[in-house]
Ligand binder design. Sequence first.
Ligand code: UDX
Length: 427
Amino acid sequence: MNLETVTTGACFAEVGHDVMCVDNDAKKIETLRRGEIPIYEPGLADLVAQNVAAGRLSFTTSTAEGVDHGDVVFIAVPTPPNPDGSVDLKFIEKVAREIAPCLKGYKVVVDKSTVPVKTGEKVAETILRYAPEAEFDVVSNPEFLREGSAVADLMKPDRIVFGSNSDRASALMKKVYEPFVAPLLVTDINSAELIKHAANSFLALKISYINAISEICEASDADVELVAEGIGMDARIGRSFLNAGLGYGGSCFPKDIAAFIAISEQLGTPFDLLKEVQKINRRQLDRFVERVRKALWVLGEKRIAVWGLTFKPNTDDLRCSVALDLVERLVAEGAEVVAYDPKGMERAADLPVGPKIRLAASPEEAALGAEALIVATEWPEFARVDFRRVRESMLSPLLFDGRNLLDPATMRKHGFEYHGIGRGRER
Ligand code: UDX
């Protein structure tokens, strides 16, 4: 059971629905029944506990029991990438097969996983193949929650989108979402499926856009933070997702962009703009490593402190984390990496790179004796450390701010040689 399933289940229960979450992993279900949440997500543990106690949220390993429980059955299984970037739909297909014989009476089968356009049609075909008499409609209901703010995103969404080709299913879906105060957009199934990929790739495009600008800023001695502020003041553009940095990571953007490229190619309408988005994203890390290398000349045998390992703050998720890619590159060049992350260390220790780095107990400890300090994830607490002390404890004053978290002038005042992303030569 992934973050989306547990959070969606808990939030539906919170607004008064009677929810049963199903997973075939008995260990996971046991953990959840004990009230333990296997992932770090602010507010989720309390929400689950309250709703379990109130009798509105339960967990089972039985598909039949789960399907029987609801009028609406949400499919929220993972959709991992194939090696070529296309989406592996085997889990969706398996669920469709498994729920088919359990469908008694009319049900709405809702696809919440991020899937390529036209998956809804396949789900309906599959269910009918295994249960020709089943009475159901398929609905696509893309999810826009972000890790780290999943509960808030679900309880107060900025929009609810679902795609349905049936009035009966639409009426039931409206009842499901009635308690949530948000603009509702009802579309056909294919459009709803496309909305998810189109939204995520547009956000990734915004990030790559500002990252490309950051490169121009570095070449022209301009400050990307000011440029972002200036263009973001145009309401048509907006300031959000214009934070220049090491690039986007996580379990969604890299996978979804690759999937959208693959889908567009399969449809005969290649979306080449997104290939450029990917290229810029990769280049941000290349350029950053190059700058560290330029300052230290040789990375081998140099002690480098890295603050942040997760793909973004407020999560313990390390999947496709650019911070982790950076650590791997530094290690590959022989650097001695000492890392600190507020939530990601336990998981990092279990990764192949884990034994090759040292994990410190605090940001200050990580920086002790380092020849360079890198901010790789913008955890707000990193901005609150005593930088004068940190600077004094380091062997040399090199500070690379991969997320533009810190104020360059203040850092220079503390004696650092500050290198941000796209912040000109002197700022
Ligand atoms: C994303 C979408 O925001 C969400 O709507 C969708 O449902 C799932 O994918 P998430 O992966 O949790 O959510 O993280 P998000 O906050 O979008 O950040 C993704 C990556 O982009 C992170 O690595 C983050 O550091 C990076 N990012 C984000 C930037 O580099 N600059 C920005 O301005 C914003």
